[in-house]
Ligand binder design. Structure first.
Ligand code: GUN
Length: 285
């Protein structure tokens, strides 16, 4: 048996089409198109590339993309002031501060200045808190949302399943565990201190690997027929390298997301969906 490879590019294209349709319906009623403001501070080449891709995808769906590029030596207070101006700007529906920020900047202070009603990333404590309460949220962190969408589109059973999340970051692992819990999975979160990791993951129907350790999840970590979602994107000589060792996992798993072309394209698609949701919530679309 060989795993079904989950085509994140195709699902992301379909989500982008849905968002474009939603934007058309929103503007048909006379409203201005949703606007996403992005703060890109400094000269991080990878961040600049991600932001270019976000801009292109936003514009292709009819979302207005407003880019702010303060210099790398901008002090924290100036960045906070910039985010506060965007917060007060009625024309801006969603704000994203691209991470990482330069080392002299107090990242938390800048991210905390993004209000929950314009929180494109879903990182605000109020939005994460709502997620933790199991309440309906209009935004959630984009990468875990993208993983949930892949599970949904491929009709992979989540309710009643056993899911193991590797990693406990606020960007992926923690919100992933909350989304799976809210979808009635029984969830275990593993991390660098977990003992006998492979014994834990072998119990799982769904494994989400988000630890940033290239090819760490090998075939002996996987229950036959399980779904393995690979969030890893460590830069390698010939492109990104996932957390999953495809050569040994593909013959064992039931489904597998490849790297590249699995989870990666979903992150931007879900950012666009979050932006449209925020515009609707703010302006009643
Ligand atoms: N840098 C890497 N991933 C992300 C993300 O999802 N959001 C933001 N704001 N920055 C990032």
């Amino acid at each position: 048996m060989s795993a079904v490879l989950i085509d994140g590019r195709a699902v992301a294209a379909s989500v982008r089409d849905d968002v474009a349709e939603g934007v058309r319906a929103f503007t048909d009623s006379g409203a201005a198109p949703p606007k996403l403001a992005v703060v890109l501070c400094g000269n991080n080449a990878a961040s600049a590339m991600y932001v270019r891709n976000k801009g292109r995808a936003a514009q292709n769906t009819g979302i207005v993309f407003e880019l702010h590029t303060p210099a790398a030596d901008t002090p924290t207070q100036e960045l906070v002031s910039l985010v506060r101006r965007l917060r007060e700007d009625e024309s801006v529906d969603a704000i994203l501060v691209q991470l990482p920020l330069p080392p002299q900047v107090d990242t938390q202070a800048v991210v905390d200045a993004v209000p929950p009603e314009k929180d494109a990333d879903g990182f605000h404590p109020l939005n994460l808190g709502r997620l933790a309460e199991g309440r309906h949220v209009s935004v959630a962190p984009c990468t875990p949302l993208g993983c949930m969408e892949l599970l949904h589109r491929y009709k992979i059973p989540v309710g009643g399943s056993r899911a193991v999340v590797l990693g406990r970051s606020i960007i992926v692992g923690r919100p992933m565990a909350l989304l799976l819990t809210n979808a009635d999975a029984t969830v275990t979160v593993c991390h660098s201190k977990t003992r006998d990791l492979a014994a834990v993951t072998r119990e799982a129907d769904i494994v989400v690997a988000a630890i940033g350790r290239p090819r760490m999840v090998t075939g002996d970590f996987v229950k036959p027929g399980a779904c393995v979602i690979d969030v890893g994107t460590t830069p390698g000589d010939s492109g990104p390298v996932g957390d999953v060792d495809r050569a040994t996992v593909e013959p064992v798993a039931g489904w597998l997301t490849p790297v590249p072309g699995g989870v990666g394209p979903m992150t931007i698609a879900m950012l666009l969906r979050n932006t449209l949701s925020l515009a609707r919530s703010r302006r009643g679309g």
